[in-house]
Design a protein around this ligand. Sequence first.
Ligand SMILES: [Zn+2]
Length: 720
Amino acid sequence: MIKKRVFITHRDCPYLRTKRSGVVEWGLSPALIIAIFIFASSARAEESRPASLPEYNLSVSFDIAGSKITGMADINARAGRELTVHTGDLKVLDVHIGDRQININIKNDQFRITPETDAIVTIKYEAVFKDSKTNIIGKKGVILRGTWYPLVEGMFVYSLKAALPDGHIAISEAEKITMDKRGDTAHFAFDFPYPLNDEDGISLIASKNFVVSKDTYNGIEIVAYLLPEEAHFAKTFIEHTKRYLKTYEKLLGSYPYKRLSIVEHFQQAGYSMPTYIFLGREDFKLPIEETPLGHEIVHQWFGNYVYTDYDKGNWNEGLTIYFADHSYKEQKDRGWKCRRRILSGFKSHVKDKKEFPLREFSERYDSASRSIGYGKAAMVVHMLRKMTGDKLFYASIRDFIKGNRFRVAAWDDIKIVFEKSTAKDLSWFFNQWIDKKGTPELSMDNIGINKAQKRFSINFDIIQKKTEFKLPIPVAFYSRGKKTTRIFTLDKERERFSIILPERPDEIVIDEDYDLFRALSVDEDPPTLERLASDENKSIILPADRKDRYREIIDVFNEKGERIKLAYLKSGYPPRKGHVENEKKRRPGFLTKNGERKKRFFSKEMTEINDEAMKASSIVVLGMDNPVINKLFGKTEFTKDYGSLLRVDIKKNPLNPEKVVVVVNISDNTSGRQKAVPAFEQIFEYPFYSNYYLKDGQIIKELKETPRGIRINPDYRTMK
Ligand SMILES: [Zn+2]
């Protein structure tokens, strides 16, 4: 199946965001604003241009007001070789093989032709793209990254020519862009002399509003195409791009192309195409470290230089997360937090029936697939690095890139380079992490401590539940603050190990740095909003009175698509008759911000909730004065000042620590609520925290500290 590659950035990726500080001080004056399109070619490696590959020449023109594209594709076809052409929403006007017009039969948006001799196959087509997710032509601009030309299966060297009304500036995969103005039309030609896979193909972006800024780094042309409102960020983004290029050229080898552009557009974006990065307007509101810039630059190597064999598993997101997002956290000594966040996300989102082996991941479509294809994949890369050591790891990754450039690669190609560099058979590793499902659940048992002469012999079982993997498990032994760490390799369900130590350990900790892909224990997993969001069984417990105060809060849950039951606690809240009925009458649906009316998920009967139900679900408690709080926590639990306009506290459910309790408290008065509700909506963008509150107009977020690693007091678990 053909699918256009769409690199979706892990916006809320497996790391903790730092405190959001609104707009940061990037306010540099617009400089370097030039709009020249003839870029001198530099001396960057012109490696491996396979002359034998077929060429695909595409010419397109536009009727912007009519959202219409008209195009002609000339494809070098070989005698006897079948071409499979995917047409999507295109209207094919005419197909020629050489001079001969032929009839085609389009079925399921595709047709096949087999020329008898070497020939040019010409396809004329047109299409109207008003506003699809991947193809748009209109006054706001042109975004074409779906099926916008006849997509022919296989690898081609593409050459694109685009005619646009004067004033437009266009970008596509290109090392060189030329523009030639004739009359009131701008003729763009894009030169990208490397083969591209059908699933990747080419894209085209254009706008009348781009402000173009230019710079160079190490022979690479860096160009920013930003919209006027964000144009003043050009210098900062270019400087950061240079910094990233410097880092990654060292780590991954030379940047593959002569040109790298940063392109902003009105759509939400965060994509990487060979030679350019596509960012959305929202990205410019974030501190630059939180934008997808670094991540998308890493994709220039992983995905845009070495292509992905999607049918054999998408490896590129795992490597990119590891080399970008994870690496930035690791540089701040927070690598372990990033890995714990990945593991927590995996535990929240990947319930049994949603799990699939990593090899089956091609692109993300929900939180579970993201947790597998991005999160678990990054952990697999981390384990590979731990196993091989840094020097060999980075050298092997460079070998992988060098050996697979401009071709599609799979997990097996990664395996091949690592087996070569380590001179080991790594089948077990790739088999258990790529082909198998399963998350080891680790524990320690039967601890025996014996004093022999002046030393202590510690014997213990390590157990993995649910899996029978081979696991190099780091275990730390603490004796009065002093730490000794050893790796114990477990390859069955339960195994006995021993260690001799000079002192008696007072604490034993399994995997305190989260170096293994494993299930977090209940103690380790912080209570977060994400855990509520991912829980399929959840209830909102209505406040004792003043329910109107929380109406908008309930609406936010509704808008977020959260399926939550409305409930009340019998002992604390006898609901007034007709409460729900009245609500239904007044508000038959939910009006979202863009004016569409959505069905309420919970317009049904309100149900009484009992202890059993509270144990089985995650709970949202509305109002600090809600009687359910006393019932769950006792009176002493919430003693802090709740004068704040909005306060959200997330705790483990005392009846079942696998579930969470989310206490939402908002201001009593109308003007306070007007500030609280939008802030409450915003916290869903940062779901990996335990407390949220408003202070001086800012949302403050805190994560509850939980024990780091599986911590064991040996005196409690000694052998009987
Ligand atoms: Zn990505």
